[in-house]
Design a protein around this ligand. Structure first.
Ligand SMILES: NC(=O)c1ccc[n+]([C@@H]2O[C@H](COP(=O)([O-])OP(=O)(O)OC[C@H]3O[C@@H](n4cnc5c(N)ncnc54)[C@H](O)[C@@H]3O)[C@@H](O)[C@H]2O)c1
Length: 351
């Protein structure tokens, strides 16, 4: 196989991808399989049929909140891409304990298992959510962290745990903080990424609901295929214990995105602006100097990514139902007596 200048080289005997059945994971497993890499998908969801058909791909069902299951699932891997977790900020607001168990404890389990099993390289897919509201733009990796969602706190916890295992026990780990990912295969019921949401509304001939300030809200959108290539480059050449922003270095406003959706489909987009929540109306733009120094160059432009996705979705795809929620209404205060707490069983009074 010919490797371009920024092509990763497959040089691990066996690679495990946690969360390999998910949106990003399915693309990464496919890309690794195309490089003739043996890949184990580790997930508690079933193996998607399209992956089962790929050469060199096997599957272990595991819940990473369970350390024994984690150890068994990773036992043959000499490199691990850790992608499994809750990827929804909204879900983390509704269920912060679940989010923490999966993202923080699950990541600690993966890091510890990698140490115990002598895994040569761990790549952790974290998120730009850990920065919280940016103080300036573009964001370098040394920008202060300050998550405003439980999701950001649990992803940051995962990062801190893995870096501490690197410092204290020599875990070989590289961390990627992804900006907004888009591409084929996002679940419109769960994923809140604007690119596929905007396209889905527009392909249904409906106005695009835009939450926040249409000009001030700007994002760095990275195509999932570029993200997967960046992750493979981190496995190959990332510095141990280091953090890398994973983005393109270009900020697109919600207005520009709606215009690009119109161009990709040949029909101008109508926008239904909702400025009732301005909580995320800021520029979230990656400084990608560090990633570029490893030889990464994004290959899929937003225009190409959008037209590919529009062709794939076709007319009248399922409309998005994922919502962006930043705050939860305060619940009526629960009264717990000792007997009620005991009777209610595990965890009843722990929040
Ligand atoms: N999608 C994005 O825009 C984005 C941006 C930044 C970072 N990320 C990170 O990328 C990773 C993957 O995101 P995604 O969009 O593919 O999410 P996804 O929800 O599509 O995939 C996550 C996968 O993890 C699995 N999983 C969840 N809990 C598990 C557990 N306890 N044990 C085993 N498997 C479990 C799920 O079954 C699923 O297949 C996440 O860690 C997320 O934080 C995603």
């Amino acid at each position: 196989m010919h490797h371009g200048p920024d092509m990763p080289e497959a040089h691990y005997d066996e690679v495990a991808v946690t969360g390999g059945a998910g949106f990003v994971g399915r693309h990464l497993v496919t890309a690794l399989s195309l490089l003739s890499q043996k890949v184990t998908v580790v997930d508690h969801a079933p193996l998607p049929p399209e992956l089962a058909a790929l050469p060199g791909v096997s599957y272990v069902r595991a819940d990473l909140r369970d350390y024994g299951e984690t150890l068994l699932a990773l036992q043959h891997a000499d490199a691990v891409f850790h992608l499994a977790g809750n990827a929804s900020g909204t879900e983390s607001v509704a269920h912060p304990r679940h989010d923490f168990h999966v993202n923080a404890l699950g990541t600690c389990n993966v890091g510890n298992a990698c140490l115990e099993l002598g895994v040569r390289r761990l790549v952790y897919l974290s998120s730009a959510i850990v920065y919280g509201t940016p103080r300036h733009s573009p964001i370098r990796e040394d920008h202060p962290t300050g998550p405003f969602l439980p999701y950001g706190a649990s992803k940051l916890s995962g990062e801190l745990t893995l870096r501490s295992l690197h410092a204290a026990a020599g875990l070989s780990v590289v961390i990627g903080r992804s900006f907004v990912v888009y591409g084929p295969g996002e679940d419109p019921r769960r994923a809140g990424g604007e690119v596929s949401q905007f396209l889905r509304w527009h392909l249904n001939e409906r106005p695009i609901p835009v939450v926040g300030d249409i000009d001030r809200k700007r994002r760095d959108f990275i195509h999932v295929e570029d993200l997967c290539r960046a992750l493979m480059i981190l496995a190959d050449r990332g510095a141990d214990g280091e953090i890398y922003n994973l983005g393109t270095g270009t900020a697109i406003s919600m207005r520009e995105l709606a215009d690009a959706v119109g161009t990709a489909t040949g029909r101008p987009a109508l926008v239904d602006a909702d400025s009732s929540s301005l909580a995320d109306s800021f520029t979230l733009l990656a400084d990608v100097t560090r990633l570029r120094a490893l030889g990464f160059v994004p290959r899929v432009s937003l225009a190409e990514g959008l037209s590919g996705l529009a062709d794939l979705l076709g007319p009248f795809p399922e409309t998005p139902s994922a919502k962006a929620v930043f705050r939860r209404e305060a619940p009526a205060r629960r009264k717990l007596t000792l007997t009620a707490a005991v009777g209610a069983g595990e965890g009843a009074a722990t929040c």
